[in-house]
Design a protein around this ligand. Sequence first.
Ligand code: PPE
Length: 309
Amino acid sequence: MSWDEKGGKIWMDGEFVDWNDANIHVLSHVVHYGSSVFEGLRCYKNPNGSAIFRLNEHVERLFESAKIYKMPIPFTKTDISNAIKEVVAVNKLKSCYIRPLAYRGYKELGVSPLNCPVNTTIAVWEWGTYLGDEAMENGVDIGVSSWRRLAPDTMPSLAKAGANYMNAQLAKLEAIENGFDEAIMLDYHGFVGEGSGENIFLVKDDVIYTPSLSSSILKGITRDSVIKIAEDLGYEVSQEKIPREMLYLADEVFFSGSAAEVTPIRSIDRIEIGTAKRGPITEKIQSEFFSIVDGKTEDKFDWLSYIEY
Ligand code: PPE
């Protein structure tokens, strides 16, 4: 199940459909108005089996995103959790990325989505490191985008909606054009927000900082995992408004995300961060994160849901 093979099955509204037949009509509401909400999860293979990381939290957030957009998903949370596990098992994948998505489908066009059905789909594929294998050790180079995050009274950042990623695309395209691996966007007020697909953390004098939810960010589940791991390791973690220049002065900066996992950042706007390589606290958190998902340490936070094949 990869984009090259185009094999395997995709779950669509309760049925398993061949990858190549998982199509929708071009006049579906979502195609015209971006009316979708989605999730991204990872399943990790470890010596005890294969386990999905924080399944319940992702399903919960999918339903929260749908609630904000008044999109009634015609399945229960348990149905979706079971379907997520099933689609991994049916595709016989041990380690993969999982993409559940709910969207307004095909019935009529016009801005109001109310007459359009809500369809739900879950796809899986093998996805390696998000920003490159080498990045996990050496860090990435990022730049502050000229595009800001969504203003709080424009589109809700706490909803993981497909349309939010038009904003993310602008930032990502600009980053690529400028030769950066990734962008970091400021919020409407000029404080640090998040990357195109990641939350951000910085370390200064052994204290860990991350933007608060009022900076138009997604409430990242990896962000929450990093906070819990860091606190468990004895670090103080502060969620607050972060001025842009605090990024440059940090000892360490890193991204978190389901796709990005824990990725160190070595430069911002071509300014070296700390020693311009993965810092010691980033390394500790990253290694604890991978020890949990790889089953090397006890799953003390109860984050892993094992798949039955
Ligand atoms: N902010 C944004 C804007 C975002 O898209 C993600 C996830 C996060 C923060 C981190 O959230 P979490 O995954 O719950 O820790 N981005 C998803 C999509 C990436 C993509 O390229 O597509 C992801 O990581 O799955």
